[in-house]
Design a protein around this ligand. Structure first.
Ligand code: TXA
Ligand code: MG
Length: 514
C-alpha cells in the first residue's frame, strides 16, 4: 500500500524542536518515521505497538525472523524493556552510550514479540545524533528501527538514499543531513563468559577490548547451527551487479582488479571499481580507455578507515546508478573500522573473491552444438594463437557441446581442416556441457547466439560469462559461426577461417589489456 510521505528537513543539530514535534507524534501514534542516526538512517516505529512494528517489516520487505534494534534517548529508558541490567552492561552503557554500540538484554513482557522476532533477547542502543535523540525523547516511547533501506540493499547514509528506498512506504522522512559514521552499530552479546560481537560496526573490537579484555568476533558466515544474530544469514548490502572482493597485498589487488576489469569490459559488462586512494591512479588508464564502460570510485585512503566507512554504502549504491553489472572492490586493512568495512564487503560479494594468482591464468570454454566440428576446431586454434599473442598468461582452453553424443571423435573434415594448419584433433572426444564447466570457466565463448541463449537459460547464474565469438571478436567476425556439419570440406575450411579471424581478434583485444 502506498502512503504519502512527508519530508521534514531539520537542522542536523536537532535545535528545531517545533519541526520534530509533529514527527514524534506520528511515531507515538503508530506511524513510520525514517530519521538520521550517527551510523545510518533508521526506519522507526513505536516499539511498544505490534501493528506499528509490523509495518516496518512490510515497508522494507524484511524477513519476519530478523529482529529489530530498539532505540532509546536516555539510559533510564532501558529498565522497563528488560528483565535486568547486568553490571557489565551498566559499565558499557556509561562508557559508550550514546554511540554505535547495541547491547542484547533478556527482554521484558513489555516488548512485543514482533520486535525481537520471537527471541528472548532484545537489542537496544542509544544513538549519538541530536535529531534521533530529540525525536525519540519527544515521542516518549522506545523506537524500533532497522536501517532505512529496502531489505537486501546497502543501508542509507543520506536523506537522498533513504528517500529513494522508502518514498511512498513511510509516513515521514526526516532530513537531517548525512550520517557521520556510515556503517551500522556494533551488536554485542555479553551473556556468555566472553563478550561476543555479533555484528562488527561503528565501535571497533579494539576499543571494546581496551575496556573488556577478551572479545570474540562472530564469523561472517557461521558454518553450522542457527546464526547468533538472525540478520547475519541474509544477503545484504548488495547492489544489483555482482560484487567481487580482491584479496592479497595492495599491489596484487590492483593487478587482479585491473586484469578482471578489462576482461569484463571486453565481455560487454559495465564495471565499477571501488578503490583505495592509493591504488585509484592505477585504474585511471583503464577508465580513460573505456570512459562509458568503466568507472572508478575512490573510497578513501587505507589509513583513513573512518573516511572509507562513511563512503562505503554510498559507493555500493552508486554501482546501481551507473548500471554496473560487475563491481570490483578492494579489501581494506582489518583493524578498527576495517572489521565492519570488510564484513559489509564480504556480505555484498556473497563470497566472490579475486585472488592474486587469478591474474596469471585464464580459463576459456568454447561451446557449439555437437562438439565434433566448430568448438574443437576453435579450441585448437585458440591454443595456437594464444601461444603467440598472449603467452604471459597461462591458458586453459576446452570445448563442449550443448547436446553432444559423448565420446564421438571430431569429424574427418574437421581433422583435415586443422591438419592443414598443423593442428591435431585426433585425440578429441565430444562431451556435453555441464554446470561444472561453466563454473570453472572465466569466459565462455559460443559459436552462435542460439548457443548463448541456451547456456544462459540453463545456467542463469553464469550468464555474465557467456559471450558469442562475434561479440568476443569486437565485431571482426560479423555474426554466427555457421555449422559445416554434413557439408563439403570447403565449408569446413571456410568455418576454420572464420574461427581464425574471430579468435585472432579476441586475442588481440585481450593482449591490449595485459
Ligand atoms: O546502526 C544501527 O544499528 C542501525 C541504526 C538505524 O540504528 N540499525 C540497524 O538495524 O542496523 P538493522 O535492523 O538493520 O540491523 C539490526 C541487526 C540485525 O543483524 C539483527 O539480526 C540484529 O541486529 N539483532 C537485533 N535484535 C537481535 C537480537 N535480539 N539478538 C541478536 N541479534 C539481533
Ligand atoms: Mg540493516
Amino acid at each position: 500500500m502506498r502512503v504519502k510521505t512527508r519530508i521534514v528537513k531539520v537542522d542536523p543539530l536537532g535545535r528545531e524542536e517545533s519541526l520534530l514535534i509533529p514527527c514524534a507524534e506520528v511515531l507515538r501514534r503508530g506511524g513510520l518515521v525514517a530519521f538520521p542516526t550517527e551510523t545510518v538512517y533508521g526506519l522507526g516505529a513505536n516499539a511498544l505497538m505490534s501493528e506499528a512494528v509490523s509495518r516496518i517489516f512490510q515497508a522494507k520487505g524484511r524477513p519476519q525472523d530478523n529482529p529489530l534494534i530498539v532505540h532509546v534517548s536516555r539510559p533510564e529508558s532501558v529498565a522497563p524493556l528488560v528483565r535486568d541490567i547486568p553490571q557489565g552492561a551498566v559499565r558499557l552503557m556509561e562508557a559508550f552510550w550514546p554511540g554505535p554500540l547495541t547491547l542484547l538484554f533478556a527482554k521484558s513482557d513489555l516488548v512485543p514479540d514482533v520486535v525481537t522476532a520471537g527471541l528472548h533477547t532484545v537489542a537496544i542502543r542509544m544513538p549519538d545524533h541530536p535529531v534521533a535523540q530529540r525525536l525519540i525523547d519527544l515521542a516518549g516511547v522506545p523506537v524500533a528501527a532497522p536501517s532505512a533501506n529496502l531489505s537486501g540493499k546497502p543501508s542509507p547514509t543520506t536523506f537522498e538514499a533513504t528517500l529513494a528506498d522508502l518514498e511512498g512506504r513511510v509516513d515521514v522522512i526526516v532530513d537531517g543531513g548525512p550520517a557521520d559514521i556510515g556503517v551500522e552499530s556494533t551488536v554485542l552479546d555479553i551473556s556468555g563468559p566472553v563478550p561476543r560481537i555479533l555484528r562488527p560496526g561503528g565501535l571497533s573490537p579494539e576499543e571494546l577490548r581496551k575496556f573488556l579484555g577478551e572479545v570474540e568476533v562472530a564469523a561472517d558466515t557461521p558454518h553450522q547451527g542457527p546464526p547468533p544474530s538472525p540478520g547475519m544469514k541474509y544477503r545484504h548490502y548488495a547492489p544489483r551487479g555482482h560484487v567481487y572482493l580482491a584479496v592479497g597485498s595492495p599491489k596484487e589487488q590492483a593487478e587482479s582488479i585491473g586484469f578482471h576489469a578489462a576482461r569484463h569490459v571486453i565481455l560487454g559488462e559495465k564495471v565499477l571499481i571501488l578503490a583505495s586512494s592509493e591504488n585509484a591512479p592505477e585504474y585511471a588508464p583503464l577508465a580513460g580507455r573505456w570512459p562509458d564502460r568503466l568507472s572508478v570510485l575512490d573510497l578513501g585512503p587505507r589509513d583513513d578507515l573512518p573516511r572509507v566507512a562513511s563512503r562505503l554504502f554510498a559507493g555500493l549504491r552508486y554501482a546501481d546508478e551507473t548500471g554496473a553489472g560487475v563491481i570490483l572492490a578492494e579489501s581494506f586493512p582489518e583493524h578498527g573500522l576495517g572489521h565492519a568495512i570488510q564484513n559489509r564487503l564480504r556480505k555484498a560479494s556473497g563470497g566472490r573473491t579475486l585472488r592474486p594468482a587469478e591474474r596469471a591464468e585464464m580459463n576459456i570454454l568454447l561451446v557449439c552444438t555437437g562438439n565434433t566440428c566448430r568448438s574443437p576446431m576453435a579450441e585448437a586454434l585458440l591454443r595456437a594463437i594464444w601461444q603467440v599473442e598472449c603467452s604471459e598468461i597461462h591458458l586453459n582452453a576446452w570445448s563442449r557441446g550443448t547436446s553432444a553424443s559423448d565420446g564421438m571423435p571430431a569429424t574427418p573434415e574437421a581433422l583435415k581442416a586443422m591438419a592443414a594448419r598443423g593442428l591435431d584433433l585426433s585425440g578429441h572426444r565430444a562431451t556435453t556441457v555441464s554446470e561444472e564447466d561453466l563454473s570453472q570457466a572465466d569466459v565462455v565463448i559460443t559459436m552462435t547466439e542460439g548457443h548463448k541463449d541456451s547456456l544462459t537459460r540453463r545456467y542463469p547464474a553464469h550468464a555474465g560469462k557467456v559471450v558469442t565469438l562475434a561479440a568476443a571478436s569486437g565485431g571482426a567476425l560479423p555474426g554466427d559461426v555457421s555449422d559445416p556439419f554434413g557439408h563439403s570440406q570447403d565449408a569446413y575450411d571456410r568455418t576454420a577461417q572464420d574461427l581464425d579471424t574471430g579468435l585472432r581478434a579476441f586475442c588481440e583485444r585481450i593482449k591490449r589489456v595485459i
